[in-house]
Design a protein around this ligand. Structure first.
Ligand SMILES: Nc1ncnc2c1ncn2[C@@H]1O[C@H](COP(=O)(O)OP(=O)(O)OP(=O)(O)O)[C@@H](O)[C@H]1O
Ligand SMILES: [Mg+2]
Length: 261
């Protein structure tokens, strides 16, 4: 595909995607197109399927029904070689961080660069320190996972996700575990990095104010489906009562019907 043709094709597209896990339908008939450079913010109740949706968009979960396309190519039909090439262009920060506990902070990032680049040692070192400095972890380079705090682990996971300057960046609740000041700094940093590397960003946050800060396009996940609610202003006024309950944190409403509150 030429560059002009590629510009017309969504970076990611979900077409009629249904996902069942352990015989339970988590998402049903989801359609979503993500353009190059879009910022998509996934919000919605805990357990609704935000992480499952993000992993599906990142090609880590395979739909039971339907297709996921990346740059117009069906992920289920991609060769191993193409998948490896794609992995080079994708950065993911997992909700549970997935830090290698036998490796130091420094080595966690080095591993990714070794796996996917042919940088020499000096180039690698420079990139690792750049990433660690970006998230304020440069002084902790020789520490291991058990020696750093929860918020620091999160920042390491983000540093690792951006190490390859990915075209597609997936962040699952990146500001979790940060104090309010650091959370703000981190959110700003993510947006700045995204602009620098012109990445398409898919980010989950349980915090509606944070969602407004990131957005972009806000996508509400609930009841096995998604509702695109628009930007911050449009989401505030969105007519779906589930969205209204979620953004205002009302105890009673469709999201908690039948629950003993
Ligand atoms: N690997 C798996 N096997 C079976 N079920 C799974 C698996 N991963 C997730 N689920 C189920 O999918 C549903 C959605 O989970 P998911 O982690 O996507 O929720 P979430 O919206 O990210 O919630 P939270 O805001 O708490 O992170 C849950 O019911 C969960 O039990
Ligand atoms: Mg989750």
């Amino acid at each position: 595909m030429s560059n002009e043709q590629l510009a017309e094709v969504p970076a990611i597209e979900l077409r009629n995607v249904t996902i069942e896990l352990a015989q339970v339908t988590i998402l049903k008939d989801v359609n979503l197109k993500v353009g190059r450079g879009d910022v998509i913010v996934l919000i919605g109740p805990s357990g609704a399927g935000k992480t499952v949706l993000l992993k599906t968009m990142a090609g880590l979960f395979h739909p039971t029904v339907g297709q996921v396309f990346c740059d117009g190519a069906d992920l289920s039909e991609m060769s191993r070689a193409l998948k490896h090439d794609l992995a080079r262009r994708v950065g993911v920060q997992f909700q549970l961080n997935a830090i290698f506990d036998a490796r130091s902070v420094y080595e966690n990032i080095e591993f990714v660069l070794n796996e996917h680049t042919s940088m020499n040692q000096a180039e690698r070192h420079e990139r690792i320190m750049e990433c660690l400095t970006a998230v304020g972890l440069e002084k902790y380079r020789d520490f291991h996972e058990y020696e750093i705090s929860g918020g620091m682990r999160r920042r390491l996971a983000i540093a690792r996700a951006i190490a390859l300057k990915p075209e597609l960046l997936f962040l699952d609740d990146p500001t979790a575990g940060q104090d309010p000041v650091n959370a703000d700094i981190l959110a700003e940093l993510i947006l700045k990095l995204r602009n620098e590397i012109k990445a398409t960003l898919v980010v989950i946050t349980p915090d509606i104010m944070r969602a407004y800060q990131f957005a972009g396009r806000i996508v509400f996940v609930a009841d096995q489906g998604i509702v695109e609610t628009g930007n911050a202003e449009q989401t505030e006024k969105h007519p779906d009562p589930r969205v209204q309950q979620f953004i205002h944190g009302y105890l009673r409403g469709p999201l908690t019907d039948g629950r003993d509150t």
